[in-house]
Design a protein around this ligand. Structure first.
Ligand code: CP3
Length: 343
């Protein structure tokens, strides 16, 4: 039996005394113990592909920060990899794909679905190792990139401010875009189900590049695929859908079928609550940059988010924690959230 059930309680609409907290990118460079392990290896991929070490860095923030959940240390880019598009993570540059998708033949060559996803044994082994190491202290979150966000990297081959090459494909080759998004969706569904089989208690979907689209494109190329994924996971585990920058799609996202909706730091929780009502569980959304400020201002901003959102809330930042954030401020942030009890 799980000892700390506060995250699952909120996701199951059970009463809680305070919001649960975890932090996007908590398993990573803010922790010196992460940097020590990472520094002893050949690179990021060695860490991602070594289940015992991935499990170790997954548990680190639970030990150090006292967060209410662990998120498996991995990356969204393992999906393109299992479909046949390898990636490298280059220091100070980011992800680089030696090969990208340029034609229909490239899409036809991609593996997909269960057979592609099941090749990611190191991910599922990392989850099993982590479950043992956590010893039922907190739940374990599994995750995937959303189809659109993964398509961005597969077309562009690297990070981008605009992802204009991937967007251009939506306009120039809508049918091919649907073909690729559909293959990605089949793979993501199989992958997330295997993650649950390996021990994930909750799943989050990251649509990190939603914000480069508009309502029309989002409705055509994202919402139907997200709905398909969430429908397949319904009744299996609770889900959190985080579409960064998709304020134009708020009401559509609300109806997509996730248990909770992640909110980024550009929106006011008050506004989101007014737009979609009290029932939906909202996750977020303190600006990660608040953590560069004083301890007093961190505590104040925590209170403000809680006042704006009300109950049915999972505390988190509005995007991942930045690597150079002072660790003591992150610790103070978690303690501040945990000291705010509901009336
Ligand atoms: O949240 C966690 O602590 C779990 C681990 C996690 C990582 N990546 C580890 C990582 C998660 C959930 C991700 C998701 C991810 N990866 C996203 C979606 C989330 C978001 O922030 O919007 C995206 C877009 C990626 C792609 C990716 N991976 C990029 C752009 C980069 C380089 C830039 C960066 O953010 O560091 C990575 C590398 C990466 N993934 C690191 C970590 C800890 C840094 C690797 C290192 O040098 O140690």
């Amino acid at each position: 039996m799980l000892q700390n059930t506060i995250l699952l309680d909120v996701l199951n609409h059970k009463p809680v005394s305070r919001p649960p907290i975890w932090i996007m990118r908590q398993a990573g460079r803010i922790l010196p113990e992460y940097r020590a392990i990472r520094g002893s290896l050949s690179g990021f991929k060695e860490l991602v592909q070594t289940p015992s070490l991935a499990a170790e860095v997954t548990v680190q923030p639970v030990d150090r920060l006292g967060v209410d959940a662990a998120i498996i240390f991995s990356d969204i880019l393992v999906i393109p990899e299992c479909m046949g598009l390898d990636y490298n993570l280059v220091e100070k540059v980011g992800p680089i794909f030696p090969k990208t998708i340029e034609s229909e033949a490239d899409i036809d060559k991609l593996g997909f679905g269960e057979s592609a996803a099941s090749s990611l044994e190191y991910v599922f082994d990392a989850l099993s190792h982590t479950k043992k190491a956590l010893d039922n202290r907190v739940p374990l979150i599994g995750f995937s990139g959303a189809p659109w966000t993964l398509m961005c990297y597969m077309i562009e081959g690297k990070g981008s401010k605009t992802f204009s090459k991937a967007k251009a494909m939506l306009y120039k080759e809508p049918q091919l875009s649907h073909k690729l998004l559909s293959k990605l969706t089949d793979t993501i569904i199989a992958y997330l189900k295997l993650k649950v089989a390996a021990g994930a208690d909750v799943l989050q979907i990251f649509d990190s590049w939603a914000g480069v689209l508009n309502k029309e494109l989002y409705n055509e190329f994202c919402i139907p695929y997200l709905q398909r994924i969430l429908k397949e996971l319904d009744d299996i585990v609770p889900t959190i859908l985080f579409s960064k920058g998709a304020y134009f799609a708020l009401s559509d996202l609300n109806k997509c079928g996730s248990t909770a909706l992640g909110v980024d730091w550009t929106l006011s929780m008050k506004h989101v609550r007014q737009a979609i009502g009290d029932y939906k569980i909202l996750q977020g959304n303190m600006d990660p940059c608040v953590l560069y400020g004083s301890k007093e201002s961190i505590a104040l901003q925590v209170k403000k988010v809680i006042a704006d959102v009300g109950k049915n809330h999972i505390f988190n930042l509005g995007h991942g924690v930045y690597p150079d954030t002072p660790l003591e401020n992150v610790m103070h942030f978690v303690d501040s959230v945990k000291s705010n009890t509901y009336e």
